[in-house]
Every structure is written in C-alpha cells, then in structure tokens.
Design a protein around this ligand. Sequence first.
Ligand SMILES: O=P(O)(O)OC[C@H]1O[C@H](OP(=O)(O)OP(=O)(O)O)[C@H](O)[C@@H]1O
Ligand code: HPA
Ligand SMILES: [Mg+2]
Length: 187
Amino acid sequence: MDEKDLGTDLAKVLIPEADLQAKVRELAGQIDADYAGKDLLLVGVLKGAVMIMADLARALHSPASMDWMAVSSYGSGTKSSGVVRILKDLDTDILDRHVLIVEDIVDSGLTLSWLVSNLLSRNPASLEICALLRKPEAVKADVDVRYVGFDIPNEFVIGYGLDYAERYRNLPFVGTLAPHVYGGGGA
Ligand SMILES: O=P(O)(O)OC[C@H]1O[C@H](OP(=O)(O)OP(=O)(O)O)[C@H](O)[C@@H]1O
Ligand code: HPA
Ligand SMILES: [Mg+2]
C-alpha cells in the first residue's frame, strides 16, 4: 500500500519511508554496539511493532532472539482506554535475559509503563525500550526510552504498523489521516 492508494484519506506524510529506514539502521547500530557480546532478546509489542521489529531485527548484525507480547489499551478508537490487557504473553522465560522492548509508539506512556513493571517483576538481567515514535505526553509520563526514533507532535498517526481501527498498518511511511476518516468531515 502506498500514498496513491490512500486517495483523500491521507492528510500528510509525516515521516517518509526513506527516513524511517535510515533511522532504523541508525538505531540498529547503537543497539549492536550496546549489546556487543550479550545474548539479546527483542520483545515486540503486537500488533503495532511488527514493522519496526521486522526491519530492526534484520538491520542488527548480532543474532538476537525474538519474542512477542500482545497487549491492548486502545480498542478501535484514537484514545487510550486506560486499561491494559495481556492478549498474548511471552513464550520465553526472561529471567536473567537482556530484554529490549520494541514498540512503534509511546503516546500516553500507559502501555509501556505497565509493560515495564510487568516484565521487571520477572527479573530480567536488563530491560530497555526502543520506540520508533514518541509523543510529548510520553515525556510527561516519565517512561525512560533508551532508543527513540522520532519525537513527533501530538497528532494521531498511522502507517508502518500503526493503525486506525485496524487499517493503514501496511503503509511504508508514517502519516496523518484526513478528518473525514474519523467521521468528522461528512464524507
Ligand atoms: O503510550 P500509549 O498511550 O499506551 O500508546 C501506545 C500503544 O498503543 C498502541 O497499541 P494498541 O493498544 O492500539 O494495540 P495495537 O498495537 O495492536 O494497535 C501502540 O502500538 C502502543 O502499543
Ligand atoms: O497516534 C497513534 N496512532 C495509532 N495508534 C496509536 N496508539 C497510540 N497512539 C497512536
Ligand atoms: Mg493501535
């Protein structure tokens, strides 16, 4: 799926595909350096993190393991419900493992702050976060993200894993939607 397939649904491209891919390579370089000689476990947060996880993992030069958790706090809307639910837990025992959570976005910070305390209770050797995008609220929520791709404005974004009502995840760029898509513009 690409820009032309969106027609009038797209308001603007916020981060083009080439910028995303360059940033993923940069983050992978930092992670390779920081985890040299360590057995790294990447934990992707379904479903939003699928694209960043797939691209980041392939950009790493070290043989990292991959596991997935599914948690949900947004349902089909554009606001966090405030309640985090585990939909799928890890298959891996993370006791004494070096764990890097891979996320698409830190918005209110609610999902990650909940996830961090959940995973810390399992006593990993280390626990850090890599998030492609971060909004201003997350900074207020004091979620300590070690690897951040882009700080973005407080707008609802779609693409590269991020959805609106489960759609638009398969865009190769990050963008914003036209108001009519949210039901406000009459189309
Ligand atoms: O910082 P927060 O305000 O908690 O928002 C960030 C989280 O919300 C989205 O997931 P969502 O619950 O929509 O599930 P999804 O990944 O399946 O879309 C996103 O992928 C993050 O996991
Ligand atoms: O801006 C967003 N877009 C899509 N999903 C999200 N989940 C939290 N924030 C967002
Ligand atoms: Mg979502």
